[in-house]
Design a protein around this ligand. Structure first.
Ligand code: ADP
Length: 631
């Protein structure tokens, strides 16, 4: 490794440069958070070392008490954060402090707006980590030696945060990492011992790792220049009784665990004893991370076994649809040498997972009692939770209670109506929960299928998320009430069916039979049936699916994912009371009738938000009929 010894200069990855620039501006008003980020890294480094030493105890024997030391030097204008954790190799330094490995970073950075307030939130969601040092420092020197690496092979990284960094191999007597921040001239406030101590305590009280500072030198003290003291609680916070933990500490622990800047919406802390023994501390974040939808991104809880950190993102403790939950599991029953592979098929884990799933669903139920707070949650994570009824059969009903929908009875786009509320509002005689699915909220809201429901004042849920069709396919009923798509099958209003209207249909059916047959003949390639409609009051026509047919939304989803789509023809329903349809009955000209029939079908498809196979012909026919009006 001789050739590595010399100083080498590297350029930051483009994303790092962009992030550094944006971050310094966006987070300037919140600059003290660099302390949190650096102590948090030291704590992770200690956790990693403790974990590695389970397999290789020699790594720690010479220096077994893991700590982080923070010192300030007023003359040199520096703050130093040193830990005796895992340290980094030269390669790791280049990888960790020169690049951002997370996929989607570029897209994320491009989404920033230049508006400070907004961007600081977004950057918070992204998590800035080590680079936040450059908010207050104009030069940062990191010296680090990986556990197990000889003294002469430590690495030094130096940068002014402007585009380049230097790397050299140096000699360093200790294991771990030292970060020296050369503060910008104007950042003197952090050299104030009292101020710094205050910030450090705030940001490290929740950590297990002791944070050590030089004792404040009182005038009278004189001799004790080596006096050090622990400035945080330095116990595993989650092992303490709830009564001994402050809100602030819970929140700070969350920020450390979740790499989030914002406070969580809620948390639940529990010690389970009996057949299984574990502690769980579960948090519901207030905001979705920028990469929530990234495929293949693992997400999960921080796993500890008997207080020893084992791994981040142990996703086996939560079902996929609760992947937004963050927190800690500390188990007494799992072996310390557990690996991700073992986690896959383990009865202890299955049992914990079942219990935690219940616990989270309970938390959400509690959250739902506060409508405003729950709306916040729903906006961020509702789409994820909607996967629940499909994934988790056993808890289907409980999850269904937590779902929220837009509805004809709410006058905006808010998804705010629960199934229980819907049922409570149902008029007597209504036995089903009605819903309509469409591509967009507006398409759902204006669907011709709603006409009869509007007229009768029956509530219909308006569904327009991509997953809705799929979710409803699995839900099928709630508290004994079947869920019914109003765009499928015959209209079944049960006891709410209007007897006189029914008589009326029976009467006109005969009058229209010849016309219906003619239209059927014209459209036989495109529809499986043409019939009179009981659902329309204003529109002339609509498309209906059979119960088992694939919806157009599902069809598009399948097509988009490159899967074969079974061909099915819809049913065309015509409104016998509409002027146009009545006119059609009188139409003697076959060519005109054909144009009308095709236009009616195409219109009905368009009204559903569907796509025409031959839009140009639709326009031509339509214009032909319009021109006739001018004659
Ligand atoms: P994050 O902590 O969110 O991963 P950072 O930018 O803060 O992001 O750090 C990047 C990586 O650098 C860390 O994941 C870790 O591997 C390494 N690192 C940072 N600080 C230390 C440290 N004090 N000791 C060992 N490794 C560190």
């Amino acid at each position: 490794m001789v050739e590595n010894t010399e100083k080498q200069t590297f350029g930051f990855q483009a994303e790092v440069k962009q992030l550094l620039h944006l971050m310094i501006h966006a987070l300037y008003s919140n600059k003290e958070i660099f302390i949190r980020e650096l102590i948090s890294n030291a704590s992770d480094a200690a956790d990693k070392l403790r974990f590695e030493s389970l397999r290789d105890p020699m790594l720690m024997v010479d220096d077994p008490d893991l700590k982080v030391w923070i010192t300030l030097d007023k003359e040199a204008h520096t703050i130093t954060i040193r830990d005796n954790g895992i340290g980094m190799t030269r390669e790791e330094v280049v990888q960790n402090l020169g690049t951002i490995a997370r996929s989607g970073t570029r897209e994320f950075l491009n989404s920033l707006t230049g508006d400070k307030a907004k961007d600081s939130k977004l950057i918070g969601q992204f998590g800035v980590g080590f680079y936040s040092s450059f908010i207050v420092a104009d030069k940062v020197i990191v010296t680090t030696r990986r556990a197990g690496v000889p003294e002469g092979e430590a690495t030094r990284w130096t940068s002014t945060g402007e585009g380049e960094y230097d790397i050299e191999t140096v000699s360093y007597p200790k294991r771990g990492t030292e970060v020296v921040l050369h503060l910008k001239q104007e950042e003197e406030e952090f050299l104030n011992d009292w101020r710094l101590r205050h910030i450090i305590t705030k940001y490290s009280d929740h950590l297990t790792l002791p944070v050590i500072m030089q004792k404040e030198k009182g005038e009278e003290e004189g001799e004790g220049e080596s006096g050090e003291e622990v400035v945080n609680r330095a116990t595993a916070l989650w092992t303490l009784p709830k009564s001994e933990i402050t809100e602030e500490q819970y929140k700070e622990l969350y920020k450390h665990v979740a790499h989030d800047f914002e406070d969580p919406l809620m948390w639940s802390h529990n010690k389970v004893e009996g057949k299984l023994e574990y502690i769980s501390l579960l948090y519901i974040p207030a905001r979705a991370p920028f990469d929530l939808w990234q495929v293949g991104k693992t997400r999960g809880l921080k796993l500890y076994v008997k207080r020893v950190f084992i791994m981040d993102d142990a996703e086996q403790f939560l079902p996929h649809y609760l992947r937004f939950v963050r927190g800690i599991i500390d188990s007494n029953d799992l072996p310390l040498n557990i690996s991700r592979e073992i986690l896959q098929n383990n009865r202890v884990i299955d049992a914990i997972r079942t219990a935690i799933t219940k616990r989270v669903l309970g938390m959400l139920e509690e959250l739902a009692e506060d409508k405003d707070k729950y709306q916040k949650f729903w906006k961020e994570f509702g789409q994820v939770l909607k996967e629940g009824p499909v994934e988790d059969f056993a808890n289907k009903q409980q999850i269904a209670k937590l779902l929220r929908f837009a509805s004809t009875h709410v006058d905006n786009e808010k998804q705010d109506v629960s199934l229980a509320e819907y049922i409570a509002r149902m008029p007597s005689g209504q036995s089903k929960i009605y819903y309509v699915t469409a591509e967009t909220f507006n398409a759902a809201k204006h669907s011709p299928h709603l006409e009869i429901f509007r007229k009768k004042g029956i509530e219909v849920l308006l569904l327009s998320d991509r997953v809705d069709e799929w979710v409803m396919g699995h839900l099928t009923e709630f508290e004994g009430k079947p869920l019914q798509s109003i765009t499928r099958g015959g209209l079944d209003l049960g006891e709410l069916t209007d007897k006189t209207a029914e008589e009326h249909y029976k009467q006109v059916e005969g009058d229209f039979s010849e016309t219906l047959n003619k239209i059927k003949e014209v459209l036989k390639e495109s529809v499986k049936e043409v019939r009179l409609s009981r659902r329309l009051t204003d529109s002339p026509a609509c498309i209906v699916l059979d119960e088992q047919d694939l919806s157009s939304q599902m069809e598009r989803l399948l097509k988009a994912s490159g899967q074969p789509v079974p061909i099915h023809k819809p049913i065309l329903e015509l409104n016998p009371d509409h002027m146009m349809i009545r006119h059609l009955r009188e139409e003697q000209d076959t060519a005109r009738l054909e144009d009308w029939a095709r236009i009616l079908l195409d219109q009905a498809i368009l009204a559903e938000g569907g796509q025409l196979e031959d839009p140009a012909s639709f326009v031509r026919r339509f214009n032909k009929l319009l021109l006739e009006l001018t004659k």
